[in-house]
Design a protein around this ligand. Structure first.
Ligand SMILES: [Zn+2]
Length: 315
């Protein structure tokens, strides 16, 4: 009997990460390749298909076979149909795509698609820092802020896939404009792009630097950069207080490039979110760093696929 392996795909604006995971979430192989996102829907589908083809070959060479495919994607995913809803920034023509149908027709194995923040949350719940949580709240701090929640063993998706938009919780009623079109969102203060823009404002520079430049400056001891990053961490902590009041989690998992690069960031977030919250919302709360690092997306997607097979959902 061949060993069942699960293909996880993490689609981003510039690249797609692909991996093969065992049923217990161990990554046995992973790779990355250009996502072709700027070239539109067909180019993205082709990049995903090539990534899956490579995974199939790898699985075979290891005496295994791919039992299911999972994809984590930016944007809102319709929980019942798996179709991508709403235009997605950086992914031209991606909305309206029936990615589950595409995979199923091409590979004849079950396929699932989740919002990328949701699949990362699921990965931490299934095999990472949130294992065993009853109510898990997960946050990813990158260019934007991703949020996800698992409650009693199920992802919280909402009626139309729009739940857990942690980055767009209101922080300031008449605050800074957000990329989403609203104002005062947590992401405008705590997301990488928001903090980079703030760093530029405080130095009266017109073109915002990149998030990596900001983090690099902070690590090099640039005082202003660290002040901006610290303020961003506190802003996320404040925003997350609202989520604690709504969800009353037992575990909060926080990850992302900024968290990996800067241990102080997580400390400040935790300090802030515990400081003004009602005691009943943080009773027995653990705040932990995500375990899966930059493989969170692909591990999460693979574990979503594993869950679908376990539950007999043929995709
Ligand atoms: Zn927003």
């Amino acid at each position: 009997m061949t060993v069942p392996l699960f293909t996880g795909l993490d689609l981003g604006g510039t690249e797609v990460k692909v991996g093969l995971c065992s049923a217990t979430g161990e990554v046995v192989w992973s790779d990355r390749r250009p996502s072709g996102a700027h070239l539109g829907q067909q180019a993205i589908l082709q990049a995903l298909a090539e990534a899956v083809d490579a995974a199939l070959l790898e699985a075979k060479s290891r005496g295994g076979s791919v039992a299911a495919i999972g994809l984590g994607t930016p944007g809102v995913v319709d929980p019942s149909s798996g179709i991508i809803l709403y235009p997605v920034a950086n992914l031209g023509g991606w909305h309206g795509t029936d990615i589950v149908g595409f995979f199923r027709d091409r590979y004849q194995v079950p396929a699932v698609v989740e919002n990328d923040a949701n699949s990362a949350a699921w990965g931490e719940y299934a095999t990472g820092a949130g294992k065993g949580a009853r109510v898990l709240l997960a946050a990813t701090v990158g260019t934007g802020i991703g949020g996800g929640a698992v409650i009693d063993g199920e992802l919280l998706r909402g009626t139309s896939g729009g739940a857990m938009e942690l980055g767009h919780i209101l922080l300031e009623r008449s605050g800074l404009p957000c990329n989403c079109g609203l104002v005062g969102c947590v992401e405008a203060y705590a997301g990488g792009w928001g903090m980079a823009a703030e760093w530029a404002r405080r130095r009266s520079i017109e073109d915002p630097p990149t998030v990596s430049e900001l983090i690099g400056a902070g690590l090099d001891g640039d005082e202003l950069a660290n002040e901006v990053l610290d303020d961003g961490a506190r802003a996320l902590g404040s925003g997350m207080m609202s989520a604690l009041h709504l969800l009353n989690p037992d575990v909060v998992v926080i990850g992302g490039g900024i968290i990996d690069a800067r241990p102080r960031h997580l400390e400040l977030i935790e300090q802030t979110l515990r400081s003004k919250v009602l005691p009943k919302a943080v009773a027995s709360l653990k705040v932990v760093k995500a375990q899966h690092g930059n493989r969170a997306g692909l591990i999460g997607a693979a574990m979503c696929a594993q869950k679908a097979v376990r539950e007999g959902n043929r995709g």
